[in-house]
Design a protein around this ligand. Structure first.
Ligand code: THU
Length: 153
């Protein structure tokens, strides 16, 4: 038996001005997609923006349904848009923001698994720019940092 240990590295920005312009723009695009969030049940609006390898930015927002388990998170909506429009083009980065600014919008387990498979499908890590509380932003180089031992067969 061996004791193993996992350590994750991530960045936290407390000042938006320090964020490279390109990612400030990605966060802004995620912010813009909040307008299209359909969340009458939770009233919790989430927006995501994906930077693609071809330079395009695609967006998604959470889409709820009265049959609650069918609710789609912003992250999975954005990745479904990306995969539908550009199945051969890898996403490089994703920004995730919420309308409630006092919270971190950490992707749920289901989204982590979908982001994980998208990375593996393209052989390309997806950098995550995640809204933290009170104007902070957390950056993870790969969803593998948030989902070690993702499922694959
Ligand atoms: N939600 C997202 O879209 N992304 C997240 O990272 C967290 C949760 C959505 C799902 C649901 O529509 C609402 O937020 C409340 O859970």
């Amino acid at each position: 038996m061996q004791q193993q240990k996992l350590v994750i590295n991530y960045l936290r920005y407390d000042n938006r001005e320090e964020i490279p312009l390109k990612y400030r723009e990605l966060l802004k695009r995620a912010e813009g997609s909040l307008t299209f969030s359909y969340a009458p049940y939770s009233n919790f609006h989430v927006g995501a923006a994906v930077e693609m390898q071809n330079g395009e930015i695609l967006t998604g927002s959470n889409q709820e349904n009265a049959a609650y388990p069918m609710c789609l998170c912003a992250e999975r909506t954005a990745l479904a848009v990306a995969a539908s429009l550009y199945p051969q083009i890898a996403p490089l980065a994703m920004a995730i923001v919420g309308a409630k600014k006092d919270l971190m919008i950490s992707p749920c387990g289901a989204c982590r698994q979908v982001i994980w498979e998208t990375e593996h499908k393209h052989g390309q890590k997806i950098q995550l720019w995640v809204q933290g509380p009170h104007d902070s932003v957390y950056v993870f180089d790969s969803v593998g940092d948030l989902l070690p031992f993702g499922f694959k067969f």
